[in-house]
Design a protein around this ligand. Structure first.
Ligand SMILES: Nc1ncnc2c1ncn2[C@@H]1O[C@H](COP(=O)(O)OP(=O)(O)OP(=O)(O)O)[C@@H](O)[C@H]1O
Ligand SMILES: C[C@@](O)(CCO)CC(=O)[O-]
Ligand SMILES: [Mg+2]
Length: 457
């Protein structure tokens, strides 16, 4: 059965999904080793506006990367996607990309931002490809016109799962539009909510495939489900995912090198190393997996507040994990500089997080470190051009604001629509958070999440 995207009368709505920090196991996760990751309080927000019946266009307005492109719905390659032999039904499990689909999309994705320098254009093409693949897989040629406006507070290409959070937003929005999802609502049975998260997650993975090449699926899994997970890819079938209900409250600092890089390229680097030095690389990847397993074993007994033993064990594992990642060639001099500054001060353990090659590092502080010592370190980071993020681990997963109206009158009149221009023009991260940030208590009103609070913050 083919489902139609919702009618022209549908109200404007918004979806949101978090970024993530991988605490243990990046890169090894691609090769089926376990990884531990947590959703963070930085998020992406996608506003979906339905156009009047006569305007049959779809507009992708991805403000953070300066992408704004409109396609005529009738000119998109629906015939290729909807061939009887290939039709991807809304409930299918898709775990690889179809080369014929990609070929059909390519001219439409490449039509974006023709006049930009190659590097920037590549970013646009990746996002447009992910969008078109999902839109054509899930939507219908009879679709009314839409505008998809996206803003994110997650730095792009910094290892914090920006791509996955965008893909989760796109997947959730499209599945809502074809009415393949009920809820979320507060009295929804847990099992039903979990199934819907999984549905969103699977299509988000397809988006990640368009952006990354060979993603393990850990980023979209933790972004969709929120909180924290132990994730392990299986040789066939879906990955094994354990939701971690007792994730410790960690004294953590997140530092961005501001050195951009692409996850796909870093993953490719490890692949080449594995081809050239299969045995040694396998030992390293296996070692990383053992670290994640060991960290998980420590967790049920770990009360990290004031328990220096448990904290110290995790710290040692963080240091070892980083060492292995250095051996895989995915660190960067700027990441090593962060580690060096923390090591000199002897106040904690540092590892890169995400794909490396730049991007972010996490530092776990030793117990009883004076606030002043941390402040001094933060000043050094700022002076050397590093950016510090304050994050909370264990954030909510994907959520919906339906309809997208202000509930309490803090930002606009209660009941007034969050219109596209207002959202588009929100001033930077602060402006986005003030307008719609679900981390801001007043803005949470009206948002519904499929995830439940499994551990206290
Ligand atoms: N806010 C955004 N707007 C539009 N596209 C985005 C946005 N954030 C990420 N993307 C897309 O995702 C790509 C970056 O993904 P990439 O996987 O390289 O980095 P990341 O997801 O931030 O880091 P990691 O995968 O290591 O956690 C960009 O090139 C762009 O195509
Ligand atoms: C580097 C990697 O392990 C994590 C990227 O956040 C890639 C992946 O698992 O898809
Ligand atoms: Mg990514």
């Amino acid at each position: 059965m083919e489902r139609k995207l919702s009618s022209p009368m549908a109200p404007t709505f918004m979806v949101s999904a978090p970024g993530k920090a991988i605490v243990f196991g990046e890169h090894a996760a691609v090769y089926g080793k376990p990884a531990i990751a947590a959703a963070i309080s930085l998020r992406s927000y996608l506003l979906v506006t339905t156009l009047s019946k006569s305007r049959r266009t779809v507009q992708l307005n991805f403000r953070d990367i300066g992408l704004n492109h409109t396609w005529e719905i009738d000119t998109l390659p629906w015939n290729v996607f909807h061939q009887p032999s290939k039709k991807r039904f809304y409930s299918s499990v898709v775990d690889s990309l179809d080369s014929e689909f990609l070929e059909a999309i390519m001219p439409h994705a490449q039509a974006v931002s023709k006049h930009l320098p190659e590097k920037q254009r590549k970013i646009h093409i990746k996002s447009a490809t992910a969008f078109l693949y999902l839109f054509l897989s899930l939507g219908s040629s009879k679709s009314p016109g839409f505008i998809y406006t996206l803003r994110s507070t997650i730095p792009i290409g910094a290892g914090l799962g920006s791509s996955a959070s965008v893909c989760v937003c796109l997947s959730a929005a499209l599945l809502i539009q074809i009415r393949a999802l009920a809820g979320p609502h507060p009295d929804q049975p847990l099992e039903e909510a979990e199934m819907q998260i999984e549905h969103i997650n699977r299509w988000a993975f397809v988006g990640e495939l368009c952006i990354h090449g060979d993603p393990s699926g850990v980023d979209n899994t933790v972004s969709a489900g929120g909180k924290a997970v132990m994730f392990q890819r299986n040789a066939s079938g879906p990955p094994s995912v354990i939701r971690l209900t007792k994730f410790p409250k960690l004294p953590l600092l997140l530092v961005d090198t501001q050195q951009p890089r692409s996850t796909a390229i870093q993953v490719e680097k490890v692949k080449t190393l594995k081809t050239n030095h299969p045995e040694i690389t396998e030992i390293i990847l296996d070692g990383i997996g053992k670290i994640a397993t060991s960290a998980l074993e420590l967790m049920p007994s770990a009360d990290f507040s004031g328990n220096s033993d448990a904290l110290g064990h995790w710290g040692t594992l963080i240091g070892m994990n980083h060492g292995f990642l250095v051996s895989l060639g995915v660190s960067h001099p700027r990441l090593e500089r962060i580690r060096e500054l923390v090591d000199y001060a002897n106040i904690g353990w540092t590892k890169l997080t995400g794909a490396g090659g730049g991007g972010c590092a996490i530092t776990l502080f030793r117990p009883d470190i004076e606030d002043q010592t941390i402040e001094e370190l933060e000043q050094k980071f700022s002076a050397e051009g590093f950016q510090i993020y304050e994050i909370i681990l264990g954030a909510d997963g994907v959520g919906v604001l339906w309809p997208a109206v202000f509930r309490n009158g803090t930002n606009g009149k209660a009941g007034e629509e969050i219109d596209q221009k207002m959202f588009e023009n929100a001033d930077g991260v602060e402006g986005i958070n003030q307008l719609v940030g679900v981390g801001v208590q007043e803005n949470r009103e009206g948002w519904e999440f499929w995830t439940r609070d499994v551990f206290p913050r």
